[in-house]
Design a protein around this ligand. Structure first.
Ligand SMILES: [Zn+2]
Length: 111
């Protein structure tokens, strides 16, 4: 979304800017400007703590790490963790993803 930046008065794009600090992820609203091919961001609302947020990649990493761990255990003969993971995917994760996907698509299909 193109906006006139409230900080510098130039035109830019409203974005969410993610900053990682000390293991926490903070999300700021920012206006992104491109000047001579370089990106400059004006961060809006600095001074107010942004809400820590889990990023998409954090979710994938966590899921993958659960799987790697369970797979290693299964390879050394302990299949319990991997069975638990499969059951969790089937009963909890898949239904959640299906519901989110369905609801989000329906929202986007509305004008
Ligand atoms: Zn600006």
């Amino acid at each position: 979304m193109r906006v006139k930046c409230p900080k510098c008065g130039k035109e830019g794009v409203l974005v969410r800017h993610t900053v990682k600090s000390k293991g926490h992820t903070y999300v700021y609203t920012a206006v992104k400007h491109v000047k001579h091919g370089r990106i400059k961001r004006c961060i809006l609302g600095r001074g107010e703590p942004a809400h820590p947020e889990v990023g998409y990649d954090d979710v994938l990493e966590a899921l993958n790490s659960l799987y790697q761990h369970a797979r290693e255990k299964a390879r050394s003969g302990d299949r319990e963790e991997l069975e638990r993971l499969l059951a969790w995917i089937e009963r909890r994760l898949n239904p959640l993803i299906a519901r989110i996907y369905e609801e989000a698509s329906a929202i986007l299909e509305q004008k």
